[in-house]
Design a protein around this ligand. Structure first.
Ligand code: UTP
Length: 294
């Protein structure tokens, strides 16, 4: 089976749920403690065996490119102060994988963004990490998806169970259990942003998928779907209906950096574990919560 070494990170969305900050700071660059969200994604991909990453951006998102570049003037100033560790910290993400960039040009939806990756992907299976979804897990989620792909030989969608309120904002998967594998399901249909009564199940595609290159021909023929956008879910639904795909209920806590509360929760979760902030931040949180409960 072909080794999976490529990943696409769509990061060209408008980020309207994070306005006003997102009109001048890309939501994919919002910090979780001291790293932008997109750095966590690149790290996850690298730990999963991915060597080449295409980040889909737009004309307002140069900050993402700058983050994955060296910074000669800044580094010269650090070097003069003997701060080699700081230089290494800056360069780490530039050197972790081979990152390239492509502009989406028109913000026509997640499916349209992925469609731009055809030349980069070529004829190989590839992972997609949604640019605003950060997941803290024991095994990197892309690795979990690659393992499922190698086991079942079909495209894989990362899935989680979500409440009825949230399923209407995400997608819903039609699934059947796979014997002997409690976290994997055979999926033969899905729907984006189902209206009440249209849901198939409480399983929703969240944050990570692993696709085969036939998705590009499907995307090219798609008409706008929910919200007037070219929806990746509609392309994956066709793949599910035609050959079946695997839905994997992955291990890990997902934070939606595209939403205000998700951004706050990700910072609390990472802040309590961070080697520089953990101890002080945990003590602060305990005090803060006990004050709040008075
Ligand atoms: P979202 O739907 O969460 O992003 O897409 P959005 O459109 O920016 O969100 P809101 O509703 O306006 O707040 C998931 C991922 O796909 C990217 C986004 O940047 C995000 O990382 N995306 C979305 C694109 O790259 N292009 C698009 O046209 C739409």
């Amino acid at each position: 089976m072909q080794k999976i070494t490529k990943a696409v990170i769509p990061a060209a969305g408008l980020g309207t749920r994070m306005l006003p900050i997102s009109h001048s700071v890309p939501k994919e660059m919002l910090p979780i403690v001291d790293l932008p969200a997109v750095a966590y994604l690149v790290e996850e991909a690298a730990k999963s065996g991915i060597t080449d990453i295409l980040i889909i951006t737009n004309r307002d998102k140069d900050a993402i490119e700058d983050f994955f570049d060296y910074s000669p003037e800044y580094e010269a100033a650090l070097s003069a102060k003997g701060k080699t560790d700081a230089i290494n910290a800056i360069r780490r993400y530039a050197d972790l994988t081979n990152v390239t960039f492509l502009r989406q040009k028109e913000t026509k939806g997640l499916g349209h963004a992925i469609g731009r990756a055809r030349a980069f992907v070529g004829n190989e299976p590839f992972a997609v990490l949604y640019g605003d979804d950060v997941i803290f897990s024991r095994t990197p989620v892309v690795r979990q998806l690659i393992d499922a792909y190698e086991k079942y030989g079909r495209p894989v969608v990362g899935a989680k169970r979500v409440s009825p309120e949230w399923i209407r904002k995400y997608s819903s998967l039609k699934v059947a259990p796979i014997e002997g594998d409690p976290t994997a399901f055979f999926c033969d249909d899905m729907i984006e942003k189902p209206k009440p009564g249209e849901e198939f199940s409480d399983l929703s595609v969240l944050g990570r998928v692993l696709l085969t290159p036939d998705v590009f021909d499907i995307i090219d023929k798609l008409s706008p779907g929910a919200g007037g956008e070219i929806q990746l879910t509609d392309a994956m639904a066709k793949m599910a209906r035609e050959g079946g795909i695997t839905a994997l209920e992955f291990e890990g806590d997902r934070y939606d950096l595209g939403s205000k509360v998700g951004f706050l929760m990700a910072n609390v979760a990472a802040g309590v574990l961070h080697p520089e902030t953990g101890e002080e931040f945990r003590a602060f949180l305990k005090r803060f919560v006990s004050e709040m409960e008075k």
